[in-house]
Design a protein. Structure first.
Length: 433
């Protein structure tokens, strides 16, 4: 979901950032900068008057190469940045923005473009370790943008209009960085700030949908979990998300509602309310289900009620390993160790040597790995984060805290379609966190 919605945000970012220089130009009281050299003045006027962004970019590049120390270097770099933004060449737009910031570290348009592009580039990374430096840099630019002063002589009213237009980009970049760092309280704060700062039409499109979904995930993942608010924002994101994301988010919202409430009765009403309002109404709540048996009790019941533990579903075995007494866990592990089997799951992280998967329903909905597949041979191309894969591997060991099953000698299954490992849909061991 994240990658596709980032692409759709480009039009919004381009329109916001490209509009900024016009706002500032209209508000400037500085007067005209005089270029004393006639040839340089002619080259400047020719560059800024080109009829298309492509032509303007070429002329601006030529001007900067010919006059690298021009008195209007910053202005020409901004022209070039806008031209590359309008053509969708984000790499060159970012490189130009960095040059602008070398001259003026408080240039709000350059900070907005840099924060946006760096965040979107992070969203395309399959490895969180590769994404984090980009998110850190985006958040740094965003923090600078939120406190950037108006340029000398800028009209206060027009500057505030521009600031209001780019503030959601800044808040979203900071929130995304905090979410990746698992700083859920700050992520929640900045996602809320972002959504509140957006015009209503933007809240239900593009980045508004994406970050409403991520806000719901942040509520679900923080400790202690806030499932009530998490369900609200997941349901709201589902109301406006395009397919195929709508169905995926809808299932997540319903899953957490049922996990907390014990059933799906009343969920339709939550959906209707969430679609109509960004914020939950005062006093909004979801009635929790009665306290269930403890996980250890459920694990023991699963062991004692299964005549042949070898027939127990993989996800139920995983539950016993994570929650059972040492004796119950040992009985189950004896049926698994050194067994080679197929394991399907959602990719949480991946390198050439090891892939972490979310296999159980709880792990997939929480976006947390519960299986580590150590490869027999390094993968030529690690799988994309969020993709669904199946590997053949051998049970090697497990840890109860944190819950993790480690498998060795992992490899892709044969080209013929294998039968997937049976995964139970039984919910008897699911407890509210």
């Amino acid at each position: 979901m994240k990658k596709v919605l980032y692409i759709s945000v480009l039009a919004l970012a381009s329109s916001v950032i490209s509009a900024a220089p016009m706002m500032l130009a209209q508000s400037s009281n500085q007067g005209t900068i005089t270029i004393k050299d006639a040839a340089e003045a002619n080259a400047y006027n020719s560059a800024i008057s080109q009829p298309t962004p492509q032509a303007k970019a070429a002329s601006a590049e030529a001007f900067l190469q010919q006059y690298p120390n021009s008195i209007v270097k910053q202005q020409m770099l901004e022209v070039l940045m806008d031209a590359y933004t309008q053509t969708g060449n984000t790499d060159k737009a970012l490189a130009t923005a960095r040059k602008v910031l070398q001259i003026d570290p408080t240039d709000m348009r350059a900070l907005a473009l840099s924060a946006y592009v760096l965040r979107s580039q992070a969203g395309q990374k399959t490895n969180p370790a590769d994404a984090q430096p980009l998110l850190d840099e985006a958040a740094k630019d965003a923090q600078a943008g939120l406190t950037a002063p108006p340029p000398t002589g800028a009209d206060a009213v027009n500057f505030e209009k521009m600031k209001a237009a780019v503030t959601p980009l800044f808040d979203g970049a900071i929130a995304a960085d905090d979410l990746e760092k698992k700083d859920y309280p700050n992520a929640i704060k900045y996602f809320l700030d972002e959504l509140k700062a957006m015009p209503p039409a933007q809240q239900t499109a593009g980045s508004g949908i994406q970050d409403t979904y991520l806000l719901g995930q942040a509520y679900i993942q923080e400790q202690p979990q806030d499932i009530v608010n998490g369900v609200w924002y997941l349901a709201r994101a589902a109301a406006y998300a395009p397919e195929p994301f709508k169905d995926e988010i809808q299932k997540a919202a319903q899953y957490w509602y049922k996990k907390y409430h014990g059933g799906t009765d009343g969920f339709d009403d939550v959906q209707t309310q969430a679609k109509a309002s960004l914020m939950p109404p005062s006093g909004f709540t979801i009635k929790p289900a009665p306290p269930p048996p403890s996980p250890q009790e459920l694990a023991h019941t699963a062991v004692t009620s299964t005549p042949d533990l070898k027939t127990m579903a993989l996800t139920d075995k995983e539950f016993v390993l994570a929650n059972g007494t040492p004796d119950d866990a040992s009985k189950v592990w004896d049926t698994m160790k050194e067994l080679t089997t197929k394991v399907p799951g959602k990719v949480i992280s991946a390198t050439a040597d090891s892939v972490q998967l979310a296999v159980s329903d709880d792990a997939q909905q929480s976006n947390k790995a519960d299986f580590t597949i150590n490869m027999k041979k390094p993968l030529k191309t690690p799988p994309a984060i969020g993709s669904t894969v199946t590997y053949i591997a051998t049970f090697d060991s497990y840890t109860q805290t944190p819950p993790m099953i480690i498998m060795k000698d992992g490899e892709a299954p044969p080209s013929t379609k294998p039968h997937a490992v049976h995964r139970t849909t039984t919910r008897h061991h699911t407890t509210p966190q």
